[in-house]
Design a protein around this ligand. Structure first.
Ligand SMILES: NC(=O)c1ccc[n+]([C@@H]2O[C@H](COP(=O)([O-])OP(=O)(O)OC[C@H]3O[C@@H](n4cnc5c(N)ncnc54)[C@H](OP(=O)(O)O)[C@@H]3O)[C@@H](O)[C@H]2O)c1
Length: 361
């Protein structure tokens, strides 16, 4: 074997008497230089690879598994805390006869809450209470729901309802202000009575019920108030003026309330969903006060009420202050409104023109 080849063989096979990658003392013959350099580089690479594998097996993998374990433990503790918080809690749900309210009722019932189902249709409420009671028979830690009938657009009946609730349950742990109606129409054609109707149901009703139940919560230094608002409580979309206004007012009121009642250890959660597959658009009021009666494409393609109810349950269980439950576009629109308002206003004006054109054609 020529000398350079032999040297390279000795170095690569580790038979040089030196550790791999180390150069033999004294300058190698000129012809051997490139081969030695190659072998040295290869040796270094192997050593680096070994070090990397050592690092992976001794640091990265244990760290990864440790973090996963800690995360799983955190979620388990969170879940247990949520279960304890909701088990046996008196939970009042308004608008329990349909859509999101009905699904919230099911989710909180399954979590062991003592439900007070509120609505204006006694038959629908009775049906739901029966449906939930049937589940109660199969599981020990579930409670039979109670029902209270009242109309949120009639402030006087709300005060009576609050009294009835407190009389029956003694106190309220969690109030979910869910009931609401939507609206479709142009501002110029809409009578003030329609604006008032939407505000009564979506804003004055919930705040009247909240005010009626708040003193007993303050007295106990315990309670949780939830407002089901909307993405439209953060951005305003054309032809939804009364609805967007009522939800902006809701957001503002409950943000103020959160700050005011924190000292009494009362929590406030504002949930702002995007589109949900419910009867909201069918039941919306129009400019002349009649029922809209159309299932909008966006509503039909929205999240299911069951999914959103689960988000509400988790938000309450984790005492979140606010949650936006929306897809990419509505969430982007909220950021656009705050960061680039002029662009947002232009987009809304274009949308208004397009919708008007589509309606006229
Ligand atoms: N669906 C969506 O895309 C969407 C998106 C964002 C936010 N939200 C909000 O989610 C909440 C629930 O709406 P939903 O989507 O589940 O619509 P929904 O299926 O139409 O349910 C609305 C509920 O509110 C009740 N309600 C309406 N007016 C009332 C009044 N004057 N007094 C008492 N109860 C009244 C209804 O009772 P009746 O059965 O007697 O009509 C019904 O139980 C609303 O606050 C809504 O603004 C919905």
């Amino acid at each position: 074997m020529p000398r350079a080849g032999f040297q390279a063989f000795r170095l690569a096979s580790g038979r040089s008497g030196l550790p791999l990658g180390a150069l033999p003392e004294g300058p190698p013959p000129p012809a051997a230089l490139p081969a030695v350099a190659m072998v040295t580089a290869a040796g270094r690479k192997t050593a680096e690879k070994g070090r990397l594998m050592d690092l992976t097996s001794t640091v990265i993998i244990p760290l990864l598994f440790g973090s996963l374990g800690l995360f799983a433990l955190f979620r388990l503790l969170q879940w247990m805390r949520m279960r304890t918080y909701l088990q046996g809690a008196v939970v009042v749900v308004t608008g329990a006869t349909s859509g999101l309210g009905k699904e919230c009722a099911k989710a909180f019932h399954a979590a062991g809450a003592r439900l007070v189902l509120c609505g204006r249709d006694s038959e629908k409420l009775k049906d739901l209470a029966q449906e939930l009671s049937a589940m109660t028979n199969h599981r020990k830690n579930l409670h039979e729901p109670h029902t209270v009938v009242f109309d949120l657009s009639d402030t006087k009946t709300i005060l009576n309802a609050a009294e009835l609730i407190l009389k029956h349950s003694g106190h309220v742990d969690i109030l979910i202000n869910n009931a609401g109606i939507s609206y479709r129409g142009t501002i110029v054609d809409t009578g003030l009575d329609v604006d008032k109707k939407v505000m009564e149901t979506n804003y004055f009703g919930p705040i009247a019920l909240t005010k009626a139940l708040l003193p007993s919560m303050i007295k106990r230094r315990q309670g949780h108030i939830v407002a089901i608002s909307s993405v439209q409580g953060k951005i305003s979309i054309p032809f939804r003026s009364a609805y967007a206004a009522s939800k902006h007012a809701t957001q503002a009121f409950f943000d103020c309330l959160r700050a005011e009642v924190e000292q009494y250890e009362i929590d406030v959660t504002v949930v702002s969903p995007g589109y949900i597959q419910t009867n909201l658009s069918l039941n919306a009021v129009t400019a002349d006060g009649s029922r809209y009666g159309v299932m909008d494409k966006n509503t039909a393609e929205g999240q299911t009420a069951t999914e959103v109810a689960q988000v509400v349950l988790n938000a309450v269980g984790q005492k979140k202050k606010e949650v936006l439950v929306a897809g990419l576009m509505p969430s982007l629109a909220v950021y656009l409104r705050n960061l680039f308002p002029r662009l947002f206003f232009n987009l809304m004006a274009t949308r208004a023109k397009k919708e008007r054109k589509a309606k006229d054609s």
